[in-house]
Design a protein around this ligand. Sequence first.
Ligand code: PRX
Length: 656
Amino acid sequence: MSSQIDHLLNESRRFAPPEEFAASAIATAELYDRAKADREGFWAEQARELLHWHKPFTEVLDWSNPPFAKWFADGELNVAYNCLDRHVEAGNGDRVALLWEGEPGDERRVTYAELTDEVKRLANVLTGLGVGQGDRVAIYMPAIPEAIAAMLAVVRIGAVHSVVFGGFSADSLRARLDDAAAKVVITADGGYRKGKVSPLKPAVDLALADRNGSGPQETVENVIVVRRGGNDIDWVEGRDIWWHDVVSQAPAEHEARPFPAENPLFILYTSGTTGKPKGILHTTGGYLTQSAFTNKVVHDVHPEDDVFWCTADIGWVTGHSYVTYGPLANGATQVLYEGTPDTPHPGRWWEIVEKYGVTILYTAPTAIRSFMKIGRKVPKRFDLSSLRLLGSVGEPINPEAWMWYRKIIGGKAAPIVDTWWQTETGAIMISALPGVTETKPGAAQVALPGVSVDVVDEDGTHVGNGNGGLLVITEPWPSMLRGIWGDPDRFVETYWKKFEKQGFYFAGDGARLDDDGEVWLMGRVDDVMNVSGHRLSTTEIESALVANEAVAEAAVVGASDETTGQAVVAFVIIKESYLAEHAPEGLANTLRLWVGEQIGPIARPRDVYIVGELPKTRSGKIMRRLLRDVAEGREVGDTTTLADTAVMSVISAQLK
Ligand code: PRX
């Protein structure tokens, strides 16, 4: 890590904003001055300019009970109205909202008027099923237009969605349905992935069933199913409903009623440092303000001209803020692609860019690195000249990948914005402003106007330029999480306790300030891994491993990986009783697949090492740092605090 940091800090390439881009850029340097002069006034101005308020707010921020913030609390709005109806009313109903491309090559263009119509009907269906303000609806769907319609219909009636990534297992889904006490699940029979139909409804059936002594799931009353994959599915009469049956027959009229700005909008589960995922809670007014604002000034979206493409799945926060809410609130036209980047050929993404004339591409470093591996020949076969801005999100982007992105995808002309944020922050917090900021390969750079961050030491003291420390957010921001669903203590403990005295939000990331005082992200400092831009908890995977009958103990680390940023590496001790009756051959692979079944394929370890012992401190804590050294092929660091100092040489010898 430290050689990587030194390498990063020697990065001296700078790219001035291209003149042509700067001439029409939405962001201006003046935004920083305005925000600095009056931060709350600045956000109030954005909220008023970007959104329609059924009832205007008079209060901006209520921080009287930190860390529980209220933004625009006496204002009222309807999120779906802001994303849909008002664009139709303004005469833009014929504008395409979604340029949808299915993986098999089918396509649909969905206008704002059509999306509004679908959402109104589905809102009526949900109301008919008894869903009301504050009720939770889970969404477990492929990237099809109905997924976005589902999110918007839920929030239109003041209910709360919990989107669960379609790659999560039935068990992971069950845990999320239980925690949120969801009333309805919206799903599809299946969706296309890697050239095949990947089933979804069967996982919902399993999640709701009485299995492994769990008892049947108790809160879900109905399952609405979109027909997409055409795969055979089971049907529970009275519980399951076909989307196409009910939506087409539902009344087309639906009035978007206003709700208070602090009405919950969604819960999104993310991995933390314990085995139990946290339900991050966001509310409406502040969240929509900051997601729309950042989509406008960071992605520079000009709704009349641009074709925006954020490649994230709606199961992650990036898909919430920059597929559904930000772009639709701004009335943008965007691409939505169902499948994987290499199906049916490795140039599929670039073919899509050419086909739809994508102007702004927002994606993750892992994707860029895997394209780099395949080679420039593939993108070079396509006309990418429409691209005028590139974005990166989810994990640090190494300067080499940044330069490749710029040269091969951006034709050396498009600025790159490296955007740092989290599920918890709701929207982008640190990024260059395109057309304004001189960019640096590998750095997230500067806090956005209206956002205050710092890099501090363990005591909360500013580290100064040229130094590393912990990234904190020093002032409340509109799209900040409002809590962890059902667990206010964990919310305080996880994010606010460490710098309680200063009132800082601790992001869990290490960072450095360069000589200009700009921010370089250095990865997580806790037991959270970042694999392909997805957050995974070491503890959660360890729990899955020890749930296998063969495993006595497990330790999981995130080891650096050329393509995925980090990769899951597991060290397991097998029970002697198991080995007495079974041959150990193939066990490592069986355990890899087991984790995939328990949590989802994204959590499947890259490597499983079977070892005789694990390095522990005298108090019994596993020293993951040492395992990381082994997994990354480094000299093992300081072992003096180990209870048994020989254990690391034994492990290293076993793996050779
Ligand atoms: O470690 C940081 C990393 O991703 C974490 C947040 O993960 P998640 O909540 O899943 O949201 C991902 C998409 C916003 C952060 O704590 N991260 C995110 N963006 C960057 C990043 N690390 C470095 N550079 C980034 N641009």
